[in-house]
Design a protein around this ligand. Structure first.
Ligand code: CUA
Length: 162
């Protein structure tokens, strides 16, 4: 039979992690919130989901040149389609994707360019990436959004500079 000291050490071995884990998570939360400034979007990142089609820039979905070699892709997601479904930019372009949802939670996943966003009604998602190589880059909805979720897709066509 084990003596009391051994049992005590076993108990301690279980208790310490159960204290350390929440303390560690709280520390991680404080570091990301105040150190890395990761937080929920402010007023500028919000939109009235009922007014999306009347609110700039989503009143005119599509691709807009914002500077030399720079583009903004304005995307509206709704069941079960992206608007637009096809985006064309020249090779080497820097593209900022700005997207939101009309109805339920959708996703915007463009694996070959490391773009992965959640499109939440009422919030505006934004991410910038550069397309260094010509080619076709498919994107899909990767948040289950109902019956035809699997058909919700589109593509970025990066045209070669001749
Ligand atoms: Cu939209 Cu899944």
């Amino acid at each position: 039979m084990k003596n009391n000291t051994t049992l005590y050490l076993y108990e301690l071995a279980w208790m310490l992690p159960s204290v350390a884990l929440p303390v560690g998570m709280l520390a991680a939360l404080l570091v990301t919130a105040f150190g890395a400034h990761i937080h929920l979007p402010g007023k500028t990142g919000q939109i009235d989901p009922a007014q999306v089609t009347q609110t700039a820039p989503f009143d005119a979905p599509g691709i807009v040149e914002t500077g030399p070699g720079q583009y903004e892709a304005r995307i509206v997601a709704g069941i079960w389609v992206f608007n637009p479904t096809e985006i064309r930019v020249p090779e080497g372009s820097e593209v900022t994707f700005v997207a939101t949802s009309l109805d339920v939670i959708h996703g915007f996943f463009l694996p070959h360019a490391d773009v992965n966003m959640m499109l939440i009604p009422g919030q505006i998602a934004r991410i910038t990436t550069r397309f260094k190589q010509a080619g076709t880059y498919p994107f899909i909805c990767h948040e289950y959004c109902g019956l035809s979720h699997h058909t919700m897709a589109g593509k970025v066509i990066v045209e070669p500079r001749s």
